[in-house]
Design a protein around this ligand. Structure first.
Ligand code: ZN
Ligand code: ZN
Length: 411
């Protein structure tokens, strides 16, 4: 029998070798919940074993985060640690420091707090963090996001289990969905990357002009930008290191045209957005913009989110995930985008990824915008896939072919 400590060690090794693909001499900057200290130590061990020059971890604590809302002054909610983010940007710019984010926060931490304070704090943080996001999304360095089970997150996923059982169940699900429970997780990810890269090549060769979706409550056409690039699995960073930015990852994704989305869309899974749950999203797109939107739960937060800026009401990502993905097969709603987005096909409002458009390196912001690339302070994924979703690939001349039927790839 494999013990928890052994599984944690394999997960840590997978993170360092397949996630970051850390190179000798690189530094690592980690962020992690306090409760993930055992995982942080296991990762640190493996990072130094492959030759890390220095491992730094910044811990987050939920109690401390909440005190801003319970004890902080109302005027102070526009503050953000810009100095810290400037330093982080400096660390990543030349590719000598790898970035690892360990997430696992309580998805409902801020749900009881004043919405105005939450959105002001989020906006201030997003604005100050933007230089870091730009370096990460353009792969200035190798980076990876993974998850750790924490008691509050485990409780939100398994509310009926006692705390220790909930933690056990969440860790088991994490190990399974990330393939860390397989005999050789690093080899399993090499094979998985090969399959994803094959799918990416098929889609890139098609040169679809649009995708047409039909499912319960969903009937819309999503135009792709002309020079769109499908991506998925491991990506090459500018420092020449091939990394897996998300573990797990089952999606292939591309860039919607910010002005070519029309029709109605209904979400199929709950979405946790910065401390609040949003469920039952129903929106109408016209010329790329959400002109009407509701949600059965968290409607006010959803409304505030899409009003962040002009790009927050337009799409920045389209992703296809078969309904049979291991995350979907687990039947668990993780209340965490890293996992849930890999359970189902999804779209994201907000910022698009440069890697999803060809030759963006020397393009100005205006040129990118003119080509249909969306820009925003936010990037929020929501799930629209299910076993009932059909997707067609639409060619430039209007001809179409089935791409997914009942949530699965046709070929
Ligand atoms: Zn995605
Ligand atoms: Zn996304």
């Amino acid at each position: 029998m494999t013990t928890h400590a052994q599984l944690l060690d394999k997960y840590a090794e997978l993170t360092v070798k397949s996630g970051l693909n850390l190179r000798k001499g690189q530094q690592v900057l980690m962020t992690a919940p306090l409760e993930a200290v055992d995982l942080v130590r296991a990762i640190t061990h493996h990072a130094y074993k492959v030759g890390a020059s220095l491992v730094t971890c910044l811990y987050n604590d939920e109690q401390t985060a909440l005190m801003r809302y319970t004890d902080g002054h109302t005027e102070a909610f526009d503050a953000a640690p810009g100095w810290l983010f400037t330093g982080m940007a400096e660390a990543f710019r030349d590719g000598n420091c790898a970035r690892l984010a360990i997430i696992g926060e309580n998805p409902a931490l801020l749900s009881g707090q004043d919405i105005d304070k939450v959105s002001r704090a989020n906006r201030a943080r997003s604005t100050a963090y933007k230089p870091v996001v730009e370096l990460i999304t353009t792969f200035a360095t190798n980076w990876c996001i993974i998850s750790a089970a924490t008691p509050s997150h485990a409780k939100s996923v398994f509310p009926d289990l006692p705390p220790d059982k909930a933690m056990e169940a969440l860790w088991a699900a994490i190990f399974k969905c990330t393939r860390a429970d397989l005999p050789d997780p690093v080899a399993a990810w090499a094979a998985h990357n090969k399959a994803l890269h094959h799918r990416v090549k098929l889609l890139n060769d098609k040169r679809y002009a649009a995708l047409a979706y039909k499912g319960p409550g969903t009937d819309f056409t999503l135009g792709l930008v002309d020079d769109h690039v499908w991506a998925g699995g491991a990506s090459m960073a500018k420092n020449g290191i091939m990394c897996n930015p998300n573990i797990p990852s089952e999606e292939v994704f591309s860039m919607p045209h910010r002005e070519r989305v029309d029709g109605v869309v209904r979400s199929t899974k709950p979405l946790s957005y910065q401390g609040t749950f949003i469920e039952g999203i129903e929106v109408t797109f016209e010329k790329g913009r959400i002109i009407k939107g509701t949600a059965s739960k968290g409607a006010e937060v959803f409304k505030k989110m899409i009003e962040t800026d002009d790009g927050a009401a337009r799409l920045g990502e389209v992703a296809l995930v078969p309904h049979s993905s291991p995350i979907s097969a687990s039947g668990i709603v993780f209340n965490e985008t890293l996992f849930d987005e890999n359970a189902a096909s999804h779209i994201a409002v907000g910022q698009a990824y440069s890697q999803n458009m060809a030759n963006t390196a020397n393009m100005s912001a205006e040129e990118k915008l003119a080509k249909g690339m969306n820009t925003s302070l936010v990037h929020v994924d929501w799930m629209i896939g299910s076993g009932e979703l059909n997707v067609d690939g639409v060619f430039k001349d209007g001809k179409r072919e089935p791409l997914m039927r009942s949530g699965e790839w046709v070929d």
